[in-house]
Design a protein around this ligand. Sequence first.
Ligand code: SF4
Length: 297
Amino acid sequence: MVKELMARSILHYHERTFSTNWDANIYRGCEHKCRYCFAQYSHRYLNTEDFFEDIFVKINASEILTKELGKKKWKKFPVNVSGISDCYQPAEAKYRIMPKVIRSFIANRNPLVIVTKSILILRDIELIKELNNVAEVTVIISVSTLDEEKRRSIEPKAAPTIERMKMLKEFKDIGCKTVVLLMPIIPYITDDEKDLDEIFRVTKEFGLGSIIAWPLHLHGKTKSVFYSFLREHFPELISNYDLLYRNGTVSDEYSADLQRTVSDLRKKYRLYSVYEQTRPKSDKWTQQSLMGFERSQ
Ligand code: SF4
């Protein structure tokens, strides 16, 4: 069930090493139902535990963003609008909050980061292109496997992986920064070298830029939901997982093996783990870009 919320504030700071320290979550909870979702912990602050069914949408997100992004002391930090939920999850098809949100970013020339597993984002490609002319936009997809049967069981409501990769190519082609997160790599299920090779191969073929790879972590609620998934689909793996995940993350030995495999694939495809910060564009750059944009219209 989707419930509507009126937000009082929306920009939040988080200490992070990846992407950006600023989030604006448009939705809370996520209908994509990825069995490994790390963000499930965040629902405990909302008096409900069901991250996949109790979805909250901030219907005034764009008005609050326009106000907060327009404050004098705000320094045009890049903002991720999908930190703990997917802003293009199925509810967005009905609510259409994101076009208004992107317009708030355009009005303030503020850089934007979007992480999604949905191709609904293509609906807004013209607006994203407009924003990318005045402030950078980074579009990030996360993928776990190109094997559709496995993907359907692991990420039941997300778009097929190949569709996500084709969608990302469209954003690369209009000049956005793009990143493939090969995450999580799921031990004994999606970590086969041939499967990982295929993701690197398509990333290279489509020219999607950098690829960042992480193994699955299992903490708190994520662990219990993932174990239910294992019991249903891969019961034979439970004892292996008990051994591998004694501390919430993979063993050192597994981690070293995986790093070797990923490193070999990086060399084979010359694809590296590079993340360039999403930035505002300088006024000079923006003027030139807008003149070119206008001329091409
Ligand atoms: S798309 Fe992201 S936020 Fe949504 S369920 Fe999957 S991992 Fe969680």
